[in-house]
Each structure stands twice: as C-alpha cells, then as structure tokens.
Design a protein around this ligand. Sequence first.
Ligand code: FUL
Length: 515
Amino acid sequence: MALSRRHALLAGTATAVVATTGLPAFAATPAEPHYRIPVDPGDTPDELVAKAAKVRPTKRQLAWQRLEKTAFLHFGVNTFTGLEWGTGDEDPDVFQPTGLDTDQWARALRDGGFKLAILTAKHHDGFVLYQSRYTRHSVASSSWRDGRGDVLRSFADSMRKYGIKVGVYISPADENQYLDGVYANGSARTTHTVPTLVDGDDRAGRDLPTYDLDATDYGAHMLNQLYEVLTEYGPVDEVWFDGAQGRIPPDKVEKYDWDSWYALIRALAPDASIAVSGPDVRWVGNEGGMARENEWSVIPVKDTGNGKYDYALPYDAPDNGSREALVEAHPTAAALQWWPAECDVSIRPGWFYHADQQPKSVEQLTDIWFRSVGRGAVLLLNVPPDRDGLLPAADVARLKEFRERTDRELPRDLARGARVTDDGAGSRTVDLGRPLAVDRIRLAEDIRLGQQVEQFVVEAAVDGAWRTVAALGTIGAARILPLAAPVTARRWRLRVTGSRSAVHIKEFGLYKSQV
Ligand code: FUL
C-alpha cells in the first residue's frame, strides 16, 4: 500500500528526527558536530575565537566548495513577458520556447568550465517548468508541445549527459499560490503526509517513501513539489531557496516550514547542498558576484525559528567573520557555523533574458572570478536562455572566452615539483631552482581543518632580501592574488602572521599569466 514506508521526519525541532523503518535517521541540520558550534552568553572573546577555530565543513560543503564555477539559468514566463518578477496570473500560453535545446545549454556550460547548473524550476510567479500535480500554472497549461513539454526533464538529462551536476531553484515566494489563497492563508501547521496523492494520482498503489511532516497549507504545497522534483528528476546536488518575496504584498508573509523542507531534502537528496536560505551555503550579500576582501566561512548565526539559522550580523556587513565581528555578533549569535559564500551574478543586467541587454565583457567576468573564486567563494553565474529556448550566441561565445581567459591567468604552477620547506610555524618557502617571473599566486588552506589564517604575507627574495609582494587577511578555500607587475625571484615565501589555530596550507602556487 502507498503508506507502507512512512517516516516521521520532524517533531518541531531541527534534530528530533526519527526514521521508523529501513532508512537511516535524517536530520534537518548536518549531523557533523563541528559544523555548528553553539556560543554561550558568557563566552569571552578568546573563547569565541577558540570555538571559531574548531568549526569544520561537512562533506557536502566540501564537495560544493570544489565546484568553484557554477551556473544559474533563469527561464520561465518572465522570459516571454519581459518582466523580472512575474505576477502569478500570467497566461501560461505565453511560454513558447519553440527551439528549446538544453544540450546546447549543457555544451556551452561544459566548455565554459561550469560544474553544476541550477534551473529556476519555479520563480516567484509560481509558474513551474515541469509537469507538476500540484499547480496548473505550469508548462502543462501551455500549448507548447501540446502541454507535454518538460523543461526540467530536458535540462536534467542534458546536464548529466555532459557531466554537469543538477541544481534546482524553487522559489519559496509564490504569487500564483498567493492568488489561489494557499500562500499566506493563515493556516496552522499540522502534520501532512508527503506525497499527498491527488485525484487520479499516477503514483497511487506504488511503494513510495512517504513522510509525515509539519507544515501550513503552503508549506505542504512546497513539500509536495520538492518531493516531485527530488524523486522524479534526481539526483539533485543543490536546492536553491531565494529570500525575496516577489510582488506579494509585504504584509502577506508566510512563515516558511524550513525545518520540514530541509528534512525532506536531506531524506530524498542527501548530497544536495541547500542554498542560500539554507544551512549549507550562504548568500555573499550582493548580486554583483563579489566576495569580501577577507571572506570567512565561519559565520555567527542566530536562530530565527522553524529550523532556520540566519546571519547574526547584517547579510551585507563588510566584515562578518573576523575576531571583531565574532565579538560584535555575540549578543545575538546562537552559534558559529560553517557557512561558505556563494557569489551570484548575472552575465547580463537582468536575471531573465531581455533582447535589449548584452552580456558582460571578458574583463568584467574575469574581475568577478578574481573577486569570488579568488576569495574563497563559489561563483554562481547566471546565463539566461532566450525566447527560442537557447543560450544566446553572444553569451555562449563569452563563456568560452571567459574560460580561456581564466586558463591563461593561471596557466602552469611554477612551484609544482619545486623544493618546499615548511618551518612548522606557518611559514613555507619555495625554491624554484632559478629566478622566474611570477604575477599570480594561488593559496589555499586545507579547510577540512577549518579556516584559520587571519593575516599573511607573501615575500620574494629579491637582491638578497625578502621583499613583500602581498600582505592580506584570510586565505580559506582559495585566495588568488594578481600582482600589479611581475616579480622575478628564485625563492618565494608564504608567512602566516596571524591565525586562530594551527595552520594547514594546502596550496602555494606561483604563476606567470599569459594575458
Ligand atoms: C533574487 C530574485 O528576486 C531574483 O529574481 C533572482 O532570482 C535572484 C537570483 O534572486 O532574490
């Protein structure tokens, strides 16, 4: 029978999660104890720093961090109406991507060096790009492909075919469900069985994994859509929850059932990172693709209820992780959490395609790359498909040029195979064997052991003396330093001058760009 494998996933707290049969226990937050370390009101500044030094990423976060370059695809009714935020009552028949070719998307992204792509399966308007049982505001109501079109299916198949991981953007804000009286209808949180079968449900009688979860009416709607996406289009590697409310009136606020949504994702897609209104990945705080000069992955967070933790300091605080920031956040912080930054930005001015807009230049994209990937964040670059359902030729060419350019920025690590001396106190010297010109430096900490470096200098032995070529703060997962001019030296030294705990340098690469 349908409910033969029922799991009670949540009982009001993030950790009270019980699997009744067969499957392992699921938690709304990662099980690793060092991912989120509670702070106490009485903690001294030194105790806060000592706790920060002990925070570690989860395996899921480590896998996400390695992706470095990920892509966004904003596509939906807005592509055809010219809007950035839809209304929820648009005619689904406007959606007519007659030349849809998701293989073309995948090839362009692969050639651009992107490792994961996230499609707007549902934006704020509520129009969904797959065949859902829970809304009529979808591709099924368009005459495109006689109502049988499925962009999510096509996208997921193409990405996998070209070795790109699949992510889904599912907007919590939903104008269509608001107009239907489901979103923000004031309903109480009650226990829902997910999936909630509909009349004539094609899944009836199948041995489905079934979950009991607390949710409002709208929360249950989201759970049922998450269930469809994760069970019918998986494996999914990133679920992206935006924080914006769209055009829904500001007083119509739905308190989202984050705990239940997270628990269902953990159950059905255990490898998926949950971003950015989520526990695994943090929004960097701007939509320009720019990480902070010193970006920390250990962040003070506060508990905002329903299993959601949020920034204890403002999301765009210029400093959200230094010693000073830990102290500043202390009165409101509940914990210190590994919460690495994702830098989202669009290749064009809009998130959706608009015929009168043009893609950014290679110089702009390269600058964004240095300020995102080069500061220990992951880049999430949006490339919007056009009304034919294709990535515009200009954008495809730009992605390729961008990839070629970043390859030329760091063409060959001159320090590979060189003699390396570690003094054990945060200093590493590289002897290149002969003087070589260097104008790019790539550093990384072994973040499996946390993020520890607070200050460092890179020096080159020039005319018999150590000369400082760079002096900065954090290193973290990656730090790419472009030097203003090439420096020629045989011996190079990284000296960590401030750290929270023992430092583990994973990478000290020296490059001569060919740009
Ligand atoms: C924002 C949304 O409101 C935009 O439409 C877009 O999806 C962007 C990535 O996030 O908050």
